[in-house]
Design a protein around this ligand. Structure first.
Ligand SMILES: [Zn+2]
Length: 355
């Protein structure tokens, strides 16, 4: 009897063991290899983040510069040098930023914007920025912001700016002719949803949206729509209208900051239908002023609506109405802009009589 009981227990325990764990041999990994693997993954994550930031910049830079005349006094001088130092990266990503891009205390060139004064001057990725018109550029936590402010200040007084930079142990001088651009920031948000936002100070495009757009012209349509929200001051008007507190205010800047949870909580209809219509309208003028083609705009927004049914609250078409009115208005705007181009008229949005 005792023997029988033992057998049953044995059978049950074998059954449990075989269900609870894999039966093949474990592969042993040592801690050092594990740490190296972690770093490898961090490098891949950082490379893809910077790839997206560069792609957004290659589209946004020229739109922000092209629309400068529409931004009134909200403009600043830009060079097209996208500077960074180690403090701009999330702590976890700093070792990878050091290894991949040589990031340290001092601001260096992370990338150069397409068709910018910096590109024309010959300054390159990896160059360490030493001084602007003889004034040393500081190192440390606020160095990148300080560099932007210094460049803007110097540019206001002079049509040419001299930048000293170090490349492979040699000091070089570059002469740049600064240009004006709308004074807003832009960045990629590491989130899969297909969306983009404007908070009055910046515009944000999600990784999901970057994947959704077929080409740079479609990305430019998204960026110019969001820029138009800022140009027309929709966020401050909305606050005035509804006392809606901005969740965007708490968004942290920098690379590798996880804003996923925050963006996930954003409901539909951040802006009213009227503001959306205005962003569509003004956005196409932003495109046209920057020399971008706009004929694909109605098709793109239709494609957006078809791919993302409005029932899903956090997608772009839910916060951007998919009404027939919207697409017909877009088509009319395309015709209006094309007509002005043909007649050589200024590419300015038509304002209501009392504005
Ligand atoms: Zn919008």
């Amino acid at each position: 009897m005792k023997f029988k009981f033992a057998c049953v227990v044995l059978v049950i325990s074998i059954f449990l063991v075989s269900c609870a764990a894999p039966v093949t041999r474990n592969i042993q990994i040592d801690n050092r290899a594990m740490r190296i693997e972690e770093q490898k993954q961090m490098e891949i994550a950082l490379l893809s983040l910077i790839k997206n930031e560069r792609r957004l910049d290659s589209v946004a830079y020229s739109l922000f510069a092209g629309a400068a005349s529409m931004c009134g006094n909200k403009t600043r001088f830009v060079s097209g040098i996208q500077a960074a130092n180690i403090y701009l990266f999330h702590e976890d990503m700093r070792p990878a930023a050091k290894r991949l891009y040589g990031m340290g205390d001092h601001p260096g060139v992370l990338y150069v914007s397409r068709n910018s004064p910096a590109e024309k001057s010959g300054i390159q990725i990896g160059d360490l920025i030493l001084s602007i018109n003889g004034k040393p550029v500081p190192a440390g936590k606020s160095a990148v912001t300080d560099f932007g402010a210094m460049f803007n200040k110097v540019s206001r007084h002079s049509g040419k700016v001299k930048i000293r930079a170090r490349r492979k142990g040699k000091n070089l001088t570059f002469v740049l002719r600064p240009e004006k651009a709308c004074d807003y920031g832009y960045g990629v948000v590491n989130h899969d949803m297909v969306n983009a936002f404007a908070d009055g100070k910046n515009i944000f495009v999600t990784v999901g949206m970057m994947r959704f757009v077929d080409d740079d012209n479609e990305l430019a349509l998204v960026v110019s729509h969001e820029l138009a929200h800022n140009v027309m001051e929709h966020m401050s008007k909305k606050r005035r209208n509804s006392m809606f507190g901005s969740i965007f205010d708490v968004i942290a800047g920098g690379y590798g900051v996880n804003t996923g949870g925050l963006f996930g909580n954003i409901g539909a209809n951040v802006y009213s239908k009227e503001f959306e219509a205005e962003a569509d309208y003004v956005g196409l003028y932003v495109m046209a002023q920057s020399g971008q083609k706009i004929d694909q705009a109605p098709y793109f927004w239709r494609r957006m609506a078809a791919a993302n049914p409005g029932g899903i609250k956090t997608n772009h078409s839910a916060s951007h109405p998919a009404t027939p009115q919207r697409f017909l208005a877009l088509e009319k705007t395309v015709h209006e802009v094309e007509r002005k181009k043909k007649l050589g008229r200024p590419l300015k949005p038509e304002m209501k009589k009392n504005h």
